[in-house]
Design a binder for this molecule. Structure first.
Ligand code: COA
Length: 380
């Protein structure tokens, strides 16, 4: 690793990478499995339900899922156990300490693609941030394992700001470059969200999907000719219990409560929708004003991918008109909500066609609440 103590830099995005799991679950497959689970559960508890001691579970519906969220399918790391009504959770063989862990493995795949696209030798990367909603273990940090797998001589650490982890990671990387502490930083977001999703919960079983993304943030002085200037970054957090997951290492202190449904993702979806949309739209407009950018002139917005309705409203408030797919592309129809990776997938898949000089916005929002904006401009 090269130390750059005195030289401040100007941060840019040199490249991005994406790993998409091979397997995908359609809404039809998901609902068939869920409804089979409901039928079995209600049959097994028929007496208690008939006696009025238990409410029967209600079936899910493909139409509801697509209308309420815009999601049609999601990629997963393990399809068969998720769809098995007796399991309804991801399963794969446990790996030994000598094998690469699964979260690091998919992060490395996305990171390698980002490095290749920038023509960057891993030996010239200074730091790895693993920025994601769920870490596989508390330590050693996932980022340090990813660093080792890539052969990077520098430092790495994990950071978790739920759905906003990637934008918080980009600002952190940009700050290292602004301060002169690094010239090349990988922000890796492996999101195996199938592990924190309660596949038996009708209100949320359709929401999430698995993926990994990587963003290479570098000093403009070493960046490839084609890159994205980072015009400004802004982060915001406001505490809310409306999206919460109580899983954690202290759960073993309360054994009677160690595996309850709140140890997985839970949310008050309606409240999230109502509270987060205005917060994010206002944040984007204020930050655009600070950066002297006309928000209506943004060529494209790569928004967090949780719900098409939320994105439609946010984009409308910012652009002043109904955004089309070209202005605010959707990837959640085939990826589902991939937590912090969502806006990065949208940017990765839908940015090559922009012209030099075009301004755009990467924006995340989610649990915390948390929100992050990264205004960019294409160069080269
Ligand atoms: N199948 C069929 N019907 C369902 C259902 C399902 N899977 N899940 C819920 N319903 C029913 C409810 O029972 C309710 O019925 P009722 O009106 O008779 O009471 C109705 O559909 C509406 O439910 P509700 O939960 O209010 O739906 P919604 O329109 O708010 O959509 C979300 C749910 C989760 C898609 C939506 O609230 C959302 O996306 N919110 C933002 C979430 C977000 O961004 N979270 C961030 C996570 S990182």
């Amino acid at each position: 690793m090269t130390q750059h103590p005195q030289m401040t830099g100007r941060p840019v995005i040199s490249s991005t990478g994406l790993f998409t799991p091979d397997e995908s679950i359609t809404n039809e497959e998901l609902v068939a499995s869920f409804n089979e689970y409901v039928r079995r559960h209600n049959a097994a508890n028929a007496d208690a339900i008939a006696a009025g001691e238990m409410e029967p579970l209600a079936e899910s519906s493909v139409e509801f899922i697509e209308k309420a969220s815009g999601i049609k399918a999601r990629h997963v790391m393990a399809k068969a156990p998720v769809l098995d009504p007796d399991i309804m959770a991801p399963r794969w063989p446990q790996r030994s300490n000598e094998e690469v862990s699964i979260l690091a493995e998919i992060g490395v795949k996305a990171a390698r693609q980002a490095l290749e696209r920038a023509g960057r030798d891993p030996a010239d990367v200074d730091a790895v941030l693993c920025a994601a909603s769920n870490m596989e273990r508390p330590y050693p940090a996932m980022a340090i394992e990813i660093q080792k797998e890539l052969g990077i001589d520098g430092f790495g650490f994990d950071m978790n700001v739920a759905c906003s982890s990637a934008t918080f990671g980009i600002q952190t990387a940009a700050d290292y470059i602004r301060a002169g502490n690094a010239k090349s930083v990988l922000v890796v977001s492996p999101e195996i969200t199938s592990g924190h999703l309660n596949w038996r919960d009708r209100d949320s079983h359709f929401i999430f999907g698995d993926v990994a993304t990587a963003v290479l943030v570098e000093d403009a002085a070493i960046a490839p000719a084609q890159h994205w200037d980072i015009l400004g970054t802004k982060l915001k957090t406001v505490f809310s219990n409306n999206i919460r997951n109580n899983f954690g290492f202290l759960n073993r202190a309360y054994p009677e409560d160690a595996g309850g449904p709140d140890k997985l993702f839970v949310q008050e979806g309606r409240k999230v929708f109502k509270e987060v949309v205005p917060m994010v739209a206002q944040m984007i407009c204020e930050e655009a004003e600070r950066l002297d950018i006309d928000p209506k002139a943004l060529r494209r917005m790569w928004l967090h991918q949780a719900n098409t309705g939320m994105n439609r409203l946010i984009a409308h408030k910012v652009l002043g008109h109904e955004a089309n797919e070209d202005e605010s592309p959707t990837v959640l129809d085939t990826y589902g909500n991939t937590s912090s990776a969502g806006s990065i997938i949208a940017f990765h898949l839908h940015s090559d066609d922009l012209a030099a000089g075009d301004p755009g916005l990467i924006c995340s929002f989610g649990a915390g609440y948390s929100a992050g904006t990264v205004f960019v401009r294409k160069v080269g």
